[in-house]
Design a protein. Structure first.
Length: 124
């Protein structure tokens, strides 16, 4: 059986900050849920109970507790990954914005230009 996972003893400032986040609820949902996990663990609840309370996976709860024990309240902030690389170049984005903000009557018809070019090239 796995070893019990619990948060280390909270300092007064940490406890106040966590309670402030949970009571106000005006912060991001990620910070709120992580603060709930830590307070529940500090209150003596076990990981399965905490996971059910915040509707998260047990591994997620364990990860938050371990990170809190390592780095403190900085674990409340999400670590977003870089995401997918940008597919649109700056020039393409500028063209899309220019096209979208131009009135329809003044916009050149791209479909007409393509069919005319294809016709001149010998296609239909």
């Amino acid at each position: 059986m796995a070893e019990l996972v619990r948060v280390r003893r909270l300092t007064d400032q940490e406890g106040q900050k966590l309670q402030q986040i949970v009571r106000r609820g005006s912060t991001s949902s990620v910070r709120y849920r992580r603060a709930m996990m830590l307070l529940a663990s500090a209150g003596g609840n076990r990981v399965p109970v905490i996971a059910q309370l915040v509707q998260a996976d047990e591994d997620t709860v364990r990860g938050v507790i371990h990170r809190f024990n390592e780095i403190g309240l900085a674990c409340l902030d999400p670590r977003w990954a870089g995401g997918r690389p940008r597919q649109l170049s700056t020039e393409d984005a500028d063209f899309v914005v220019q096209t979208a903000t131009t009135r329809p009557g003044r916009r050149p018809s791209m479909h007409h230009d393509r069919t005319r070019a294809a016709h001149e090239a010998g296609g239909r």
